[in-house]
Design a protein around this ligand. Structure first.
Ligand code: PLP
Length: 396
């Protein structure tokens, strides 16, 4: 008999979509995989050099549980530059990717029954981790407000048990970026209602003009003592497999995270830490420029192809590297013809008929959405989106 908490855990919808794509490909079909939450790219040379030097120095032992002090100091400088405020190493914990930073946050903040507001559509892991930590996710629909939470909707979802709010901008899956006013009003709500803000800015380096990303703490310095900033290098440097992220917040939180992490995973991999430390010390402007261009080119190409979609509005794609399609109109037309067409049906049809793997919005709490990643090779993206457009136009 397994623990009851296992019943809270459903396999991640994004991972399931990837598995379906792999299964279809293993049957010999040419599948273009638009499910990935990562960018196809080489490694930044400063990351590689730092890691190789660490191996050559025989570095093989535990580091401080929450990361090398040199790395935390370098991160403090990075966050200070991003937020225009001073930061110290004891306000930062290095984690195994942003995922562990978020899990740590849920574990140290939540008591059983505490509620956490999550604007929806939402990244699939937020509610799962909150549930495992004993909390209760409370979803706040943003589909009718351009995927940006309205304060009135947040207020309507408050109860005496509300403890925190998740703010994810640039957003996965919707690609929306919250502007300064939105962030300021969420911060004010958090201050008024004594809430924590879990601020996930993993896609912050991919803000597409004219939109720009604003760290919560820079917009609302008065909310700094209640904001936990979560970030990682997974997306910004295309190193999802290296598993280096961080949590920045009040010292009391970081002290609790240190104790928790000392009993769960201990320090993140020492070689990866040195790779990222070398990056922060030397940067890699050419790499960053090329990665930015790659994402911008893919976005431009994708938007051009998707503009041919009938009955599906052009995705906003303000940030990150996802197109998020609203299938509402297609669904209304299907219903009028007596057909059922939920987002899972659309994703299944695209995989079976067009050989294109996508993630159904149901993975993100949205029965009318479809997420397409444009982090892949341009030629494949071109082919995949053309097939997808032809298939979806055939559904209307
Ligand atoms: N936060 C968001 C919004 C994400 O989309 C992801 C990964 O897809 C993560 C956190 C986790 O990132 P990491 O690979 O650094 O654990």
């Amino acid at each position: 008999m397994l623990a009851q908490r296992t019943s809270l855990l459903k396999f991640s919808g994004t991972a399931a979509a990837k598995m379906a794509a792999n299964a279809a490909a293993s049957n010999g079909n040419e599948i273009i995989d638009l499910t990935a939450g990562e960018i196809w790219s080489d490694l930044a040379s400063s990351v590689r050099d730092g890691a190789i030097a660490a191996i050559n120095r025989n570095l093989n032992r535990y580091t401080d549980t929450i990361g090398l002090i040199e790395l935390r100091r370098a991160l403090a400088c990075k966050i200070a530059a991003e937020t225009a405020q001073p930061w110290t190493a004891d306000e930062i914990a290095v984690t195994h990717g942003a995922k562990q930073a978020l899990f740590n946050a849920a574990m140290v903040l939540l008591d059983p029954g505490d509620e956490v507001l999550i604007p929806t559509p939402h990244w699939t892991t937020f509610p799962a981790q909150i549930l495992v930590a004993g909390g209760t996710p409370v979803f706040v629909d943003t589909r009718h407000s351009n995927f940006v939470p309205r304060v009135t909707d947040l207020v309507a979802a408050l109860t005496s048990k509300t403890k925190a709010i998740v703010v994810n901008t640039p957003n996965n899956p919707t690609g929306t970026i919250y502007d300064r006013d939105t962030l300021a009003s969420i911060a004010q709500l958090a201050i008024d209602q004594d809430l924590w803000i879990i601020f996930d800015e993993c896609y912050g380096t991919f803000a597409h003009a004219p939109h720009s990303h604003h760290p919560m703490v820079s917009v609302a310095p008065d909310a700094r003592d209640r904001t936990l900033t979560v970030n990682s290098f997974s997306k910004s440097l295309a190193v999802t497999g290296w598993r280096i992220g961080y949590l920045a917040g009040p010292k009391t939180v970081i002290t609790a995270v240190r104790a928790l992490q000392s009993h769960t995973t201990s320090n993140p991999n020492v070689i990866a830490q040195h790779g990222l430390l070398n990056y922060l010390e030397r940067r890699d402007p050419v790499f960053e420029l090329n990665l930015g261009r790659q994402v911008a080119n893919a976005r431009a190409l994708g938007l051009q192809i998707l503009s041919e979609l009938r009955s599906v509005p052009q995705p906003s794609a303000q940030g990150g590297f996802y197109f998020y399609l609203d299938l509402g109109e297609l669904q209304r037309r299907a219903k009028a013809d007596g057909r059922k067409l939920d987002a899972d049906d659309v994703a299944n049809k695209l995989l079976a008929k067009a050989g294109v793997a996508t993630v159904s919005g149901t993975a993100f709490g949205d029965p009318a959405g479809l997420r397409l990643s444009y982090g892949i090779d341009l030629e494949l993206l071109n082919k995949g989106l053309r097939r997808l457009t032809a298939t979806l136009n055939g559904c209307s």
